[in-house]
Design a protein around this ligand. Structure first.
Ligand code: AMP
Ligand code: GLY
Length: 440
């Protein structure tokens, strides 16, 4: 099988590697890819949102499958163009991608499917924004209706800041969605969908805020880990039944079946799991630790999904143990990351994923905010953390920074649970409640 992965970040590096590991895959192409993908795949300098260029590349390399990494090409209709050209594509149509492209649309689908989520109001002017802010009270959650590259959501106690963000969105011609604040740890659950059926992955958790302890502005994600030893055993089953299946049915009933990766962002509230957001592509950086643990042949499964039937596959198997991914970011991220800074990192290490690097002269420099995603593995989260951070300490992003507390609290809880098991082997394991979730 020949596979093209569209995109240039750490997620795409991880996707391309997982395809490369699939025994059925003979060649991997990345478009545009990055210095990491170039070490085992062929990079092509095209814009992943340029439908004609993507279809032409797929024909040129006789691709059997195109995997779309980021949301922008999906919202732009790249998957539709590929399907129209008779090329299998793992990624939803532009219509189905509205689950991520429009927060108001996602809310409408969730309401019609009875999916548990935060109460919300879609507002087109500042008066209705003010009324909705007062209705729900603080903390205020204000969302740009359209794609905003991770900058669209503001969660704040400050009503003036909430209003100012809403005004900015309205001024750029977008609706604003005001939501009830959901309290509880956040979980990312990904499912490979074929339009009807879903193959869920094991859950992961992402660290959204820029600074240790969950302080500072929201980012695309500063690190992630999987699995979640503190989560209940039936979480995946519950979310499959209450969220994923009803959403797939609703999308099918609308005539826009969802084929691709459904990313369910959840808050585990005292009333059970509720949806914070849908994305229509793999999450970044959760994908990096997740795929490093995947034993199943990913390209074959994504191809089956693209063809509309995953029932003949063996599902998704993950190996035992834990994986932690730490983002090394460039100075100034997320507001204004500095580009062109020196990076010292290998390009051919499966545990060092390139997210924002490019080659300059005979070395690497930063080309984006998130520069590297560095992985560690272990039997426990503590072991995986030690492995990841010892690797981080050997690398360099000049002037850059990273969080030092990725998976720290979960590792501590895991250790307490292990100790409790040792002290009272007969007793029921009492799942503890983590405070890692950063939705505040
Ligand atoms: P979104 O782009 O919708 O994922 O929002 C980005 C981040 O904002 C989420 O990961 C949460 O941390 C936070 N957030 C979004 N919606 C809510 C909500 N209703 N309650 C609490 N936090 C939220
Ligand atoms: N890690 C959050 C995202 O991919 O949107």
């Amino acid at each position: 099988m020949t596979v093209i992965v569209l995109g240039s970040g750490g997620r795409e590096h991880a996707l391309a590697l997982a395809c490369h590991r699939d025994p059925q895959v003979a060649a991997v192409h990345a478009a545009p890819g990055n210095p990491g993908t170039a070490s085992f795949a062929t990079n092509h300098p095209i814009d992943p949102c340029d439908k004609d260029a993507v279809v032409a590349l797929a024909r040129e390399v006789a691709a059997d499958l195109v995997v779309v990494g980021p949301e922008a090409p999906l919202v732009a209709g790249v998957a539709d163009a590929l399907r129209d050209a008779g090329i299998d594509c793992f990624g939803p149509s532009a219509e189905a991608a509205r689950l991520e492209g429009s927060k108001a649309f996602a809310k409408e689908v969730m309401a019609s499917a009875g999916v548990p989520t935060a109460a919300s109001r879609s507002c087109g002017d500042l008066d209705s924004v003010g009324a909705a802010l007062d209705e729900f009270g603080a903390p205020h959650v204000v969302k740009d209706d359209g794609l905003a590259g991770g900058k669209g959501v503001v969660v704040t106690e400050d009503r003036d800041e909430a209003l100012a963000h809403a005004e900015q969105c309205l001024n750029s011609g977008h609706q604003v969605v005001i939501e009830e604040y959901l309290d509880g740890p956040e979980v990312s659950l990904f499912a490979i969908c074929d339009g009807e059926r879903a193959l869920p992955m094991q859950p992961a958790q992402d660290f959204k805020r820029v600074g240790d302890g969950g302080v500072g502005p929201n980012t695309g994600g500063m690190g992630a880990y999987t699995p979640l030893p503190w989560a209940s055993d039936n979480l995946v089953e519950t979310v499959s039944n209450t969220v994923i299946s009803p959403t797939l049915s609703a999308m099918r009933d609308r005539g826009t079946p969802f084929i691709g990766l459904l990313y369910v962002g959840l808050a585990l509230t005292s009333d059970g799991p509720k949806v914070v957001e849908f994305n229509v592509r793999f999450g970044d950086p959760e994908t990096e630790p997740l795929l490093s643990m995947l034993e199943s042949p990913l390209a074959q499964i994504m191809q089956a999904a693209a063809r509309g039937d995953v029932s003949g596959t063996d599902g998704l198997r993950f190996r035992r143990g834990a994986a932690v991914g730490v983002v090394m970011a460039s100075e100034g991220y997320p507001a204004s990351p500095v580009k062109g800074r020196r990076v010292v990192a290998p390009v051919d290490d499966e545990d060092v994923l390139h997210a924002g690097t490019r080659i300059e002269g005979d070395g690497l420099v930063t080309s984006g905010g998130r520069v590297l995603v560095v992985l560690g593995h272990g039997e426990t989260l503590a072991g995986a953390r030690t492995d990841a951070y010892s690797r981080v300490n050997q690398l360099e992003v000049s002037g850059g920074f990273h969080r030092t507390d990725i998976a720290l609290h979960a590792a501590e809880l895991e250790a307490v649970d292990e100790m409790a098991d040792e002290l009272a082997p007969q007793s029921e394991n009492n799942p503890s409640n983590p405070t890692d979730g950063e939705n505040s």
